[in-house]
Design a protein around this ligand. Sequence first.
Ligand code: PA5
Length: 448
Amino acid sequence: MKNICLNIEKALGTVSKEQVFARETESNACMATLHNGTGAGNDFLGWLHLPSSITDAELADIENTAEVLRSKCEVVVAIGIGGSYLGARAVIEAMSNSFDWLHTSNRKNPVMLYAGHNIGEDYLYELCDILKDKQFGIINISKSGTTTEPAIAFRMLKKQLEEAVGKEEAKHRIVAITDARKGALRTLATQEGYKTFVIPDNVGGRFSVLTPVGLLPIAVAGVNIRELVAGAVSMEKATDASVPFAENPAAIYAATRNELYKAGKKIEILCNFNPKLHYIAEWWKQLYGESEGKEGKGIFPAAVDLTTDLHSMGQWIQEGERTIFETVISVEEMEHSMIVPTDAENLDGLNFLAGKHVDEVNKMAELGTQLAHVDGGVPNLKISLPAITPYYIGQLFYFFEKACGISGYMLGVNPFNQPGVEAYKKNMFALLNKPGYEKESEAIKSRL
Ligand code: PA5
C-alpha cells in the first residue's frame, strides 16, 4: 500500500525550505508535548493512539449494530452536529455514488440522511415528511448529550418513529452514541433501553471520527470501516514521534503552514478537484477552525470545490488580497473511466480533447490552476491521495489530526478546547428564556 504524500515545493517562493526546516526543533518539541501529554488540553489526547488501539471486538460490535439497522431500515438518519456529524458524512459522501439516492430499487445500502446539524424548520419538516412512508432508523450522536440542535431533531424523529412502528420496535431502530455516564442522552438511552456506544472522555468531537461517532454511520452506509481504520493506523506510524522531522508529513505540514502564517498568509484554502471530497473539506474546516482559532490567533480555514469554484472564487484567489495559501487534495486514480467522445461536426471545438479521459482534463485544470495561483502569489501545498478509498481517507484523517495537534501547539494555543463555541449558546438560551438564564435574559433583552 502506498501512503498519501505531502509536497511543499510550490510553497517555497513565499517561505524558504530553510525557514520551514528551521522549525524542526520547535516541531519536535510540540510533538513531544503531544506524546508525553504535557501540554494544554492533555486530557483530550485519546485520538493520538486511537487507530492502533481499536480492537476487533469493538469493530465487530459496530458492524453487527450496523447490520441490524441495515436489515430493518431503508433510510437511516444520523443526528449530530460538528464533530458528531462531519466525519461520518465526509466518508459516506466520498465513498458513495453521487446519485445513490436516485436508486430506489434493489438498493445495497440504506439511504443516509442527516439531521441535528441545523435548526431549520423547513429542513426538519421536509425530512419528517419524506420519512412518513419510509422504514427508518436513527443514530443519535452527541458527546455532551445536551446540544440543542440534535436534541430538537431527535425529539421530533423519535416521536415520529414511535408513532409509526411502536415504542418497542423503535427501540431496535435507535442507537445512541454519547458519554459513558453524563448528559441527557445517556439518561434517555438508559431509560429507553437503546443500544449505545460510548464516546471516550479523552476524545473531543472533532477528533472522534474513528470512534463509533464516525464508524457506526459509515458502516451502516456500507463502507468498510476496517480499511478506514487500517489507513489511520498506517498514518499513526508514519507520523509517529520517532519519525524524523524531514520524513514526517504531519510535522512538515504543521511547520510549513505556521511559517506561512508568520509570513502574512492568514487564510488557508483547502481545494479539491473531486466533488465527492466536499465534506472532507467541511470536516477539515471544523478540525482546524475549532482547534486553532482562539486568543486572537489562527489561520482561517476555508475551502473550495474546483473546478466549480474557479468560476466564483477563482478571481479572488488569483488576484485578491495576498493573504492566502492553498492546500490541494489531489487524487491520482479515479474509480471509473469516461472518455471524451469525438463529434463529427465539432461545433464546440472540443475535438482536441476527444479520446482523453475526463480526469486527464481535470488534472490539467489542476496543474494549470496550481501554476496560475503560484504565479499570482498563492503558495501551494499538495497532498496526493493515490485513490479515494476508505484506506486513504483513514490516512488523510489521521494525518490532518496529528498535524493539527502539532500546529496548534506551535501557534501557542490549546488545540483541544473550544471556549468560543459557548458564546452563541448563552445568548440563544437567554433569548429563549431557558430556566436558569433569568439574569442573562434580562441583560440581553435590555440590549435589543
Ligand atoms: O468538536 C467539538 O467538540 C464540537 O464540534 C462538537 O462535536 C459539537 O459541538 C457537538 O457536540 P456534542 O457531540 O456534545 O453534541
